[in-house]
Design a protein around this ligand. Structure first.
Ligand code: SF4
Length: 239
């Protein structure tokens, strides 16, 4: 039996398509085998609004999940509730992998503090990367909200291509969009967003690892500030 990647049709035309056209293609191609990850950043909120409008025409809406690390801001959790109510959807909360319990205990006893301080890569592994495997199991494709101009690591992200870790097709409908296009869409369509964006947080993750940025900083400079870490790992190939 062919894997989702082996049976991926030609998708070159999607490079010049709008995000709405890409999403419409995704929901009609993959139907109940399509899922989306969101941490309720501005881009994810835009995609959910677009998907709700497509659902109103097609009756199709993908599974949506949030990696509930236990460290999300209260504002992020309130936004989840607000979005579920506005669009009449349920978003799966995916809990950390059970390995986090022993890892946190080790960190406390051997290094005297929480894992996010002693080893953020391991913390992200148990709270984000490992749970992602279970969250996408049984699906053929997943939607993410990454943009190419966010970081050098994301600059080569295709609109549609094989996931680097899982046997899934990865769909990045906003890869070609700029931050300005995202915020223009939000203003034009009244999309709910995280109030922290108005307080100097262009990119919002877990509260221990997210800081507001200064004028002129790159938009992910507030994530794991002061370290070399730039990604939690869910968009990187597993080695
Ligand atoms: S972002 Fe920080 S708190 Fe969240 S999982 Fe990663 S290291 Fe842990």
């Amino acid at each position: 039996m062919q894997t989702p990647i082996e049976k991926l049709p030609a998708t070159d035309w999607l490079e010049a398509a709008t995000p709405q056209e890409i999403l419409r293609w995704a929901v009609t191609t993959y139907r109940d085998k399509l899922t989306m990850a969101t941490a309720f950043g501005a881009e994810g909120c835009v995609l959910l609004d677009m998907l709700a409008k497509i659902r109103d025409e097609s009756g199709l809406f993908p599974d949506v999940f949030n990696l509930d690390t236990g460290y999300q801001f209260g504002q992020t959790l309130s936004l989840k509730t607000q979005i579920e109510k506005k669009y009449g959807i349920q978003i799966r909360a995916v809990a950390p992998d059970e390995g986090i319990v022993a890892a946190e205990a080790r960190s406390q006893s051997e290094r005297g503090g929480p894992l996010y301080k002693s080893d953020p890569n391991e913390c992200c592994h148990w709270r984000k990367v490992a749970p992602l495997a279970g969250a996408v199991a049984g699906f053929e494709a997943w939607i993410t909200a990454i943009r190419r101009d966010q970081t050098p690591e994301r600059a080569q992200a295709p609109i549609v291509g094989p996931d680097k870790t899982y046997p899934l097709v990865k769909i990045n409908p906003l890869a070609n969009w700029s931050r300005e296009q995202v915020w223009d869409y939000i203003a034009a369509h009244g999309v709910p967003t995280n109030p922290l964006h108005g307080q100097g947080f262009p990119s919002i993750g877990c509260w221990p690892c997210t800081r507001p940025i200064a004028a002129g900083d790159d938009e992910r400079a507030g994530r794991w500030a002061g370290t070399e870490k730039r990604e939690c790992g869910i968009h990187l190939a597993r080695r």
